[in-house]
Design a protein around this ligand. Structure first.
Ligand code: ARG
Length: 419
């Protein structure tokens, strides 16, 4: 099979099996990457270094994951806490860009992959690995994000993606695991959901989710309380922003990681951030994801509200186009594309006055902005009021404005409706 692989190499960054000696494996501790850890050693007669990246996936025991890697024969195993870098370098820009793909995916996985792959490159270089292995399938977006990152940042390092080539289904993987003494978490009777999560959200795929006619089963929600079970009392949270980045919660200044986690917890308690999403993948497939994104469901609308308050009509109309473009580039695995950093420069500038406080009321699944405050608001209650005040605004000037504003439209109407 190794020889076939070499002949079938379809991209220059894919590894020639004969050249695979030491592999940096992106290791989650789950079934795929555990089987992979063993399989790579056998199949390539290569050494494996395991790397596990902590992006704030809740409830993970990293000592256990690391221990498992060593037990399965890794020559070394590293766990990196990348939450700070993820929050500041990836989630904060996403907030500034109001980043949503499709109708409600806040891109948590898409934001995490380039960072995970960048760390894989760093650790591969540091530990003398010639190859990086990951557990993505050949049908998803994540292979695109990870492999394009490696190929961009480290042309000398090659890639293997065993799940894409080994042709084992879940049953065969479980059998392989049994045979090689690899513990299978949570039994093996039925395939679990395919989960990916970090501090910006959680996704579930597979099983009944693939049947578009099936409404979500209760057991898929492991992060967000189902709205019908959420508290009967609403709760209002106040988010403080500075230059587009959240810095405070209910009057308390917090570091970004802690703020994201705390807002996520409060949102989860109130059933906020459930998204049942049909998505156009980069590789052409249309799929369904169930997302649980409590922090994003509060912070993105709060940010967007504040931004619209301090932005002019021209800035506000223009920025939505760039926001959409930014989200698409990131979704599509082009994090390292210069257009993304070009747009980020605009995002930073446009957010330089996005400072102030937004109150969001949470109640049984809904998150609704209820209060706004900013020293830079392009808003004057005196001007907006219905009572006559004079000042900057002259109501007498309005008819003259209307006459000129509607001039072309009126002329066109006349031309088209001439008897
Ligand atoms: N559909 C989302 C995306 O493409 C989530 C993917 C989750 N990844 C996973 N391996 N389960 O970004």
């Amino acid at each position: 099979m190794s020889k076939d692989d070499a002949q079938a190499r379809t991209a220059t960054y894919l590894a020639d099996p004969a050249e695979v000696h030491r592999v940096l494996l992106l290791y989650s501790g789950g079934l795929d990457t555990s089987v992979m850890l063993k399989w790579i050693q056998d199949e390539y007669e290569a050494e494996v270094v395991a790397l596990t990246v902590n992006l704030g996936q809740p409830g993970e025991d990293y000592d256990v994951v690391k221990g498992k890697a060593m037990q399965l024969g890794a020559v070394d195993a590293f766990v990196v806490d990348a939450r700070e870098e993820f929050a500041h370098g990836y989630v904060a820009p996403a907030i500034k860009a109001n980043a949503i793909y499709g109708l409600g995916y806040p891109l948590f996985t898409a934001l995490g992959r380039p960072l995970i792959a960048k760390l894989a490159v760093e650790y591969a270089r540091r530990t003398g690995c010639d190859t990086i292995a990951h557990g993505c399938t050949g049908k998803g977006n994540d292979q695109v994000r990870i492999e394009s990152t490696v190929a961009t940042l480290a042309p000398e390092i090659k890639v293997i993606a065993p799940v894409r080539s080994w042709k084992m289904g879940r049953d065969e993987e479980v059998a392989y695991a049994r045979e090689h003494g690899i513990p299978v978490k949570g039994g093996s009777e039925s395939a679990p959901y395919s989960i990916d999560d970090n501090l910006w959200g959680r996704s579930s795929e597979g099983r009944w989710i693939e049947d578009l006619t099936v409404a979500p089963h209760d057991d898929v929600f492991q992060l967000v309380t189902r709205p019908e079970l959420a508290p009967d009392e609403p709760e209002t949270v106040e988010i403080e922003f500075e230059a587009g980045v959240p810095v405070g919660l209910n009057g308390e200044r917090l570091g970004l990681v802690e703020l994201l986690e705390r807002v996520g917890e409060i949102g989860a308690r109130h059933g906020v951030g459930i998204v049942d999403h049909i998505e156009d993948r980069i590789v052409g497939l249309k799929v369904r994801d169930i997302y649980e994104v409590p922090a994003a469901a509060i912070l993105l609308p709060a940010h967007a509200e504040l931004e619209r308050l301090v932005g002019t009509i021209h800035q506000n109309q223009f920025k939505t186009m760039l926001d959409q473009r930014w989200a698409y580039l990131v979704y599509a695995g082009l994090w390292w594309e210069p257009l993304r950093t070009d747009i980020d420069a605009y995002m930073d500038e446009a957010n330089s006055h996005v400072t102030g406080k937004i109150g969001v009321k949470l109640f049984k699944g809904s998150a609704r902005v209820v209060t706004r405050e900013s020293p830079y608001a392009v808003y004057d209650a005196q001007l907006a009021t219905f009572s006559e005040t004079g000042g900057l605004f002259s109501q007498e000037a309005s008819p003259g404005f209307i006459e000129l504003w509607s001039l072309q439209s009126r002329m066109a109407w006349q031309v088209r409706h001439r008897a």
